[in-house]
Design a protein around this ligand. Structure first.
Ligand SMILES: *[C@@H]1O[C@H](CO)[C@@H](O)[C@H](O)[C@H]1NC(C)=O
Ligand SMILES: *[C@@H]1O[C@H](CO)[C@@H](O)[C@H](O)[C@H]1NC(C)=O
Ligand SMILES: *[C@@H]1O[C@H](CO)[C@@H](O)[C@H](O)[C@H]1NC(C)=O
Length: 465
């Protein structure tokens, strides 16, 4: 009681309204909203028009910055100003959740006295309002706000030369000129310890309706095959983005080490309906949410995906954790197809605490016919399924040219796969369980607490539940 009263009194004395949530705005010219952040986040000056709550407690920057607490009553328009902040918290890879140990801090004015730990030499926050200004901001700024950017045709938002520990904030509406080119990547991200995030109310719009023809990357008109390419990052974070209407695949993630992706909303629901070019089929096709390859220590967490193909597909990589997914309308949580690619090893992948709704499949592992590779140490845990039209749990080794042959081969081995507490229902025409292994190429596929009902079962390995 005493503490509550003291905190309330402090808040009143400091003129503080509610605290701003993670990645929200906390300052700027004429800003009348909250100017302090929830525990674990600190208000960082980006430019005169925008300050943002980014991870890190004031205490963690105190060591390298000069912090002056304002003890007097201040007006609510005063912003917290940091011309450069140390990014001591950006190397964590396991979670973006706020630490709980921080104390309620008074409103502070933080002045820069430090160099960028990652060695960058650039200035502080840069507000970018025109596409043409992006490249210079990427070179010279460590906190970049991309505000209402409209990229011209054939012009990527190129974030490959970010300084170490740079932050990029998408704000307002981001759009792209129509570019009928399969190899054009609208957004490309690379760097170390970087944070890519979004301001409240922002949207990144891929302009899908300009391209969708029901054929995705299988044919029809040319269209950007990968909307957002994340490559060769180390200890990067991508958080709180709202993305809609990507043309074909959304995220292509390759060659990354220690990548954390959280709090994203991927909405391709507009692509469910047919259009004049799609011959009665869903207009969007091959619209995978996340394709992960050749990457280690990747975490995807707390993400909504409404699409028309794999919610997540891992085709190679190790130590990948996918948790807190809400997958709607697509093809479920997938490994594969494996074999015949440049990298054919999948080791230590966990999918957990997720829901898969009105999708073709729930949990799926598929390998390619007549190829070699390794899939091992896979866990699907605490996953609920509903409205599944093809397979609840599916392991098949007979893929060829993107479809099943019915004739499995054994060049790709699958071992130590656990389905734990995978529950739910499939449609009556669907399979609860479907396992089709090659001769001797599956081992250690185990089920516990798993119960899927409503459909058929066909397993040529062990005994399905
Ligand atoms: C801030 O408010 C003043 C007074 O209403 C106005 O003149 C000014 O244009 C505003 N500035 C911005 C950036 O909106
Ligand atoms: C983007 O543009 C809209 C409409 O003009 C405007 O209301 C909004 O403030 C802008 N947002 C940002 C972050 O610049
Ligand atoms: C395959 O991916 C792993 C990361 O999971 C990487 O270490 C390895 O170098 C890649 N192999 C090839 C042949 O690209």
């Amino acid at each position: 009681m005493k503490e509550t009263a003291a905190i309330a009194a402090l808040a009143i004395a400091a003129g503080v309204a509610a605290q701003q949530s993670a990645y929200g705005q906390c300052g700027g010219v004429n800003w009348t909203g909250p100017t302090t952040c929830v525990s674990g986040y600190t208000c960082v000056y980006s430019n005169d028009y925008y300050s943002q709550c980014v991870p890190g407690a004031a205490a963690t920057t105190a060591k390298t910055t000069t912090t002056k607490a304002t003890s007097t009553k201040t007006s609510s328009t005063k912003t917290t100003k940091t011309t450069k902040t140390s990014k001591t918290s950006t190397t964590k890879t396991s979670s973006t959740k706020a630490p709980t140990s921080t104390t309620l801090s008074t409103k502070t004015t933080t002045k820069a006295t430090t160099t960028t730990p990652g060695g960058g030499s650039g200035g502080s926050g840069c507000l970018v309002t025109a596409y043409a200004s992006i490249s210079s901001a990427v070179k010279s700024c460590t906190l970049i706000t991309l505000s209402n950017i409209s990229a011209p045709p054939s012009s990527s938002i190129d974030l490959q030369k970010l300084q170490p520990s740079a932050t990029v904030v998408f704000a307002g509406l981001t759009t792209f000129g129509v570019t009928a080119n399969n190899d054009f990547d609208p957004i490309v991200i690379s760097g170390s310890n970087i944070l890519i995030t979004g301001a409240d109310g922002h949207t990144i719009d891929g302009g899908g309706p300009n391209y969708w023809d029901g054929q995705g990357s299988n044919g029809g008109g040319d269209k950007p095959d990968h909307f957002i390419v994340v490559k060769k990052t180390s200890n990067a974070r991508i958080t709180n983005l709202n993305i809609k209407n990507w043309p074909v695949h959304c995220f292509s993630m390759t060659g990354n080490q220690g990548l954390t992706v959280s709090g994203l909303n991927l909405d391709n629901s507009d692509g469910d309906a047919a259009n004049s070019k799609s011959g009665g089929k869903a207009a969007a096709h091959n619209s995978d949410g996340f394709d992960i390859s050749s990457s280690d220590y990747v975490t995807l967490e707390n993400i909504n995906v409404h699409n028309q193909d794999d919610c997540v597909a891992v085709t190679s990589g190790t130590h990948i954790t996918v948790t807190g997914m809400y997958c709607y309308g697509g093809h479920g949580l997938s490994i594969g197809s494996i074999g015949g690619k440049s990298n054919n090893t999948v080791d230590t992948v966990t999918f957990e605490n997720s829901q898969i709704i009105n999708s073709e499949n729930g949990c799926r592992i598929k390998t390619n016919s007549g190829t070699t590779g390794t899939v091992k140490n896979i866990i699907y845990k605490s996953i609920t399924l509903s409205g599944i039209s093809d397979y609840g749990i599916d392991v098949q080794q007979d893929y060829l040219n993107g479809g099943p042959t019915g004739d499995p081969t054994n060049g790709v081995t699958i071992s130590n796969v656990q389905f734990i507490d995978v529950t739910g229902t499939v449609k009556s025409s669907a399979y609860n369980y479907y396992i089709l292994c090659g001769s001797g190429s599956c081992s250690g596929i185990a089920f516990s607490g798993t119960s899927i009902t409503g459909g058929k079962t066909s397993c040529n390995y062990g005994s399905c539940p």
